[in-house]
Design a protein around this ligand. Structure first.
Ligand SMILES: [Zn+2]
Length: 299
């Protein structure tokens, strides 16, 4: 199919799925620079989507602007499996991904860090991170095929995944309930859907971190995820690419996308907030920053 026909198809798809006008949808479609691809399958299981969403949320809050090789959440590839999804992790970030995801009580912080109820089984090269109370699970391997090192407790930490292998601690139960009953979130279904789609589309999300090797991500509360970057894709390009790959399918049409400005967009009624700086934030310092991030992982 010719490029222009594909652009037209995508423009119509964007127009039909959103409240954007055809001319705005066409402008986005022209920037997508790729053809309508097959959408990446969602999990049919709400527990699975919820687990993936929570993992996305924890990783975004943890890594912020400390990525290596452009792996925004430490993930290089995602492949849906019969139950769950298999993630290939950026090798040098892989142990840190485990450390951030597996739940621990942090006395200095005064609460739980990580994903409550997440437990681990499997071999050193292929771990299964699974929910203690549902069939939800995520398999992880390292991009270099190497072995994982399970995290050890730091000062003031209790490793809940290690201490309670077969069920949730009381603190975890409370934390897990807050995640499923988050006040102030308009639509938990949309949150879980979009955040799990972030995890399942690392190739698209990592485009934000590609120019410098790192970008910035963070959360305001349990219902959102912010990605900020400079250079590379414009906000409209990234939106178009995400929409082309089914990112906002099944989201109520009025809430799919709001183009706030040339540099900012909201997807899913502020579930995913995309901000791109108008000029480069780092210039020549970018490679030194990337090098200092790398040193941080090496120690
Ligand atoms: Zn830049």
């Amino acid at each position: 199919m010719s490029r222009s026909r594909n652009t037209n198809r995508l423009a119509k798809k964007i127009r039909d799925r959103t409240q954007l006008t055809l001319s705005t949808a066409s402008r986005l479609a022209r920037q997508a620079n790729n053809y309508l691809g097959p959408s990446i399958a969602d999990s049919p299981d709400p527990h699975q989507r919820r687990l993936e969403a929570h993992m996305t949320h924890v990783l975004a809050s943890s890594f912020q602007d400390h990525q290596l090789n452009g792996a925004l959440l430490g993930v290089r590839e995602a492949e849906p499996e019969a139950q769950g999804v298999k993630l290939t992790l950026e090798s040098d970030m892989a142990d840190e991904v485990l450390r951030e995801l597996l739940p621990r009580f942090d006395h200095d912080y005064g609460g739980i860090r990580g994903v409550p109820g997440l437990r681990v089984r499997g071999s050193k090269r292929r771990l299964v991170l699974h929910d203690a109370v549902s069939p939800a699970q995520v398999t992880v391997t390292r991009a270099d095929g190497g072995s994982f090192r399970l995290p050890s407790a730091r000062d003031g930490e209790v490793l809940l995944w290690n201490r309670f292998p077969d069920g949730l601690s009381g603190d975890e139960k409370q934390e897990a309930e807050e995640w499923t009953d988050s006040r102030g979130i308009n639509d938990l279904r949309v949150r879980d859907l979009l955040m799990s789609r972030i995890m399942r589309r690392p190739g698209l999300i990592n485009r934000t971190a590609a120019p410098h090797g790192f970008a910035n991500c963070y959360t305001h509360h349990a219902g959102d995820l912010v990605i900020e970057w400079c250079c590379g894709d414009t906000v409209e390009t990234l939106c178009a690419v995400l929409l082309a790959h089914g990112f906002a399918d099944d989201v109520p049409r009025a809430n799919v996308i709001e183009l706030v400005s040339r540099h900012s967009a909201h997807l899913g009624d502020r579930t995913v907030i995309l901000n791109r700086h108008g000029s480069c934030l780092y210039g020549r310092n970018a490679k030194y920053i990337a090098e200092s991030i790398r040193k941080g992982y090496a120690t």
